[in-house]
Design a protein around this ligand. Sequence first.
Ligand SMILES: Nc1ncnc2c1ncn2[C@@H]1O[C@H](COP(=O)(O)OP(=O)(O)OP(=O)(O)O)[C@@H](O)[C@H]1O
Length: 353
Amino acid sequence: MITFEGVTKRYADGTVAVDDLSLQVPTGSITVFVGPSGCGKTTSLRMINRMIDPTSGRILLDEQDIRQIDPPTLRRGIGYVIQQAGLFPHRKIVDNIATVPYLLGWDRKKARGRAMELMERVGLDPKMAGRYPFQLSGGQQQRVGVARALAADPPVLLMDEPFSAVDPVVRASLQEELLRLQGELHKTIVFVTHDIDEAIKLGDTVAVLRVGGKLAQFADPPTLLTEPADDFVEGFLGKDRGIRRLSFVPAGDLEVREEPAVPGWTVVLDADRHPLGWRPDAGAGPDAQTDGLQPFGTFDLGKDSLRTALDAALLAPSGCAIAVDGEGRFAGIVTREALDRALARASGVAARG
Ligand SMILES: Nc1ncnc2c1ncn2[C@@H]1O[C@H](COP(=O)(O)OP(=O)(O)OP(=O)(O)O)[C@@H](O)[C@H]1O
């Protein structure tokens, strides 16, 4: 756990970058610092590894005041990833990743072995080990940055806008990768971004900061979306909060009808029970198996959210969503009425907070 206790940072020119910040970053989860430009996100992050020292207040790492830990020792337990990866241009990828193990005096073979293992972990082709950073795409460089930060297996990872410099598609895949990796590694991650959607997607907990370095709200994403603390947080969250909140309601609670038909429409399945589409009952001859099939949306009953199920229903000509199992096989139909009841339950939960 990382604890900020009344932390203030005033720079030499009088700028108050962080103002009396108190919060707790829980162990083994992702905490996101989000807010507009200049609100003190980077300053807050860099105080954790003592790249910047607070003017007042204190930061504790697992109960210990970090001022009592000398910076090199502290940083050995804290990986750091920055925007555009910050790789050493004249070092091969494998040696970039092995930077910290080399500093720790590991022998070359062991350090490189660890680097190769991490390349695989972060989804990089081992063939890239001998390349130089300029020979990699922006997204691949970011993966190298993450691998490098993980090389000495630090319990804490600080990530400062790590995915900001890549296009939205690559960015989405890097976010997915980080969540997958975190599912395996359970690091204590502090992640800085100015993008509220990224914060909501990645954060177990989100700290919304306002300019002047004041904490506006510290909450999990569903709570933020349901109960923004004030007009600033509400404005920063943007539109469609109600719909976005449905991403946190599991679809698994939906009532599912096992029969692959609703009035007027039938779901056509292949021999393996994978859905092929909706067939209108009117106009289809009894032999028509694949003729006249209409597009459809499906959702994974075990994995997806109510938002995805609703989307599937909106895309279907029948207005009903097709549920599938983990293998994409037909698991049932969710009618509009069932969706309606689920939406009512979801908003009931929201109203109770
Ligand atoms: N070395 C410095 N000296 C004086 N002021 C500084 C210094 N570093 C940052 N600041 C100021 O402190 C405030 C917070 O900066 P910080 O970089 O922490 O914000 P941020 O939220 O990370 O911003 P961004 O999203 O634009 O990176 C800003 O007003 C910034 O101009």
